[in-house]
Design a protein around this ligand. Sequence first.
Ligand SMILES: *Cc1c(COP(=O)(O)O)cnc(C)c1O
Ligand SMILES: [Zn+2]
Length: 431
Amino acid sequence: MAVQTVATGTTAAAADLGPASGLSCRECGATVPLGPVFACVECFGPLEVAYDLPVGDPEALRKQIEAGPANIWRYAPLLPVPADVAEKPNLNPGWTKLVQADNLARELGVEQGKLFVKDDSGNPTHSFKDRVVAQAIEAARAFGFTTLSCSSTGNLAGAVGAAAARAGFRSCVFIPHDLEQGKVVMAGVYGGDLVAIEGNYDDVNRFCSELIGDPLGEGWGFVNVNLRPYYGEGSKTLAYEICEQLGWRLPDQLVIPIASGSQFTKIDKGLKELIKLGLVEDKPYKLFGAQAEGCSPVSVAYKGGHDVVRPQKPNTIAKSLAIGNPADGPYVLDIARRTGGAVEDVNDEQVVDAIKLLAQTEGIFAETAGGVTVGVTKKLIEAGLIDPSLTTVVLNTGDGLKTLDAVAESSQATATIRPSLEAFRDAGLAH
Ligand SMILES: *Cc1c(COP(=O)(O)O)cnc(C)c1O
Ligand SMILES: [Zn+2]
C-alpha cells in the first residue's frame, strides 16, 4: 500500500476537534498532532485518535449526555468533533433502537429478556456507516477538504454521498462493479460522482491508496483512508448507545460483523472508555466477530490459532463484509482472544436462513451482514461459546431492502388470484 503521511489540507493547529488531543500509533505509541494522516512515520502502524476525556464526575457527564440530542451528538464530549457539532449540517445519525428480541431468544434457546438486537438499519441511509461518515465529515471540515471520497463495499458510498450532499461537499466514491442494485442506486441518487471499478473491494482500496498519493487526488478527504483515524471513532457510538440503552450497563456478550474490523476494534475502545469514565460498572465482557464463509480471513486465522491474517478472494452474498484483506484483522484477533470471545463464520445458505429467522421472529429485515451476525450467534450458542443465560447484543448493521436478491426467490406471493371471494376460497388460505 502507498503510505502517505504528509498533510494536504490546512495545518493541524487550526483544527478544533473537541476532546481529541492528537493521534497516536497503535503499534509504537508515537504521537503526532491532529491532521489528515493515518500511518505512523516511525513504524507505519495505524494511527488512532487520543483524547483528553472528561474524567472525574461521572454523574454530571451522564446527565449531560442524557440531556443531549437523540442522535450520536449526545456523546460529542467523547468524540473528535467540535462542541457545536449538532448545529452543523449533517445527517444526525444514531440513537437507533435496541430491540429486546424475546421471540428470537426462544428460537435460539436464550433466556427471556437476555437477547437484544441493535438495529442500525434505522440510520439515515440505512446502515451503520452514517455514524463513521459523520465523524469523517467533521475532520474534513477541520482540515479544509472540499471533496469527500471513499472506497466502499456499498453502504459507505451511499453514506458519503448523502452526507456530502447535506453538508455541501463534492463527492466522488468508488465501488466494486458487481454490487447489489440497492447499494448502487443508494450511492448514485445523492448526485455525487460514483465510479464502478472493474475488480473486488481490495482492488478498489488499492486504487484509492494510489489516488491519495497522486496529484489527481489532491485535496480529497478519503473518509476511510486519510481520514480513517476519525472515521473509525464513529463506531464507538454503538458501544455508548448499547450501554446507555441497557441502563448504563455493559452487555456480557456482543456479536459484531467484521469487514475491515474497524467497527469491532472501536466498539472495544468505546466500552473501555465508558469504564474509565465511570459511566458503567467495570466487569468482563466478551466480543464475538462474525464473517461469511466466502470471505472469512479473520475467522480462519482465529480458528487456526494464527496472529497473521492471510488475505482471501471474496465470494459471498454478504458483499458489505467482503474485504479479503482486512486492515484491522490482527487487532480483532487480539481483542477476541483477550476478552474470551471468538470469531466464527457461516455459509451463504445460513445467512439467508438467519435473515428470515430475524424477520419472522422480530419483524426486522436485515441485510446480508445482519444474516451473518444472527447466523453466527446461533452457531456460537450451539457450540457453547455464547452463554444463553447472559445478556447478549447482536448487531444488525444494514437494511434488507438493499440486498433483496438474497431472499427474493423464497419471499414471493403465497398465491396470485383473481379479485373474487371464490378464488380466495379456492386458494385455501382462509383459515
Ligand atoms: C461496513 C460494514 C460493516 C463493518 O465494517 P468494518 O470495516 O468491519 O468496520 C458491517 N456491516 C455493514 C452492513 C457494513 O456496511
Ligand atoms: Zn508507530
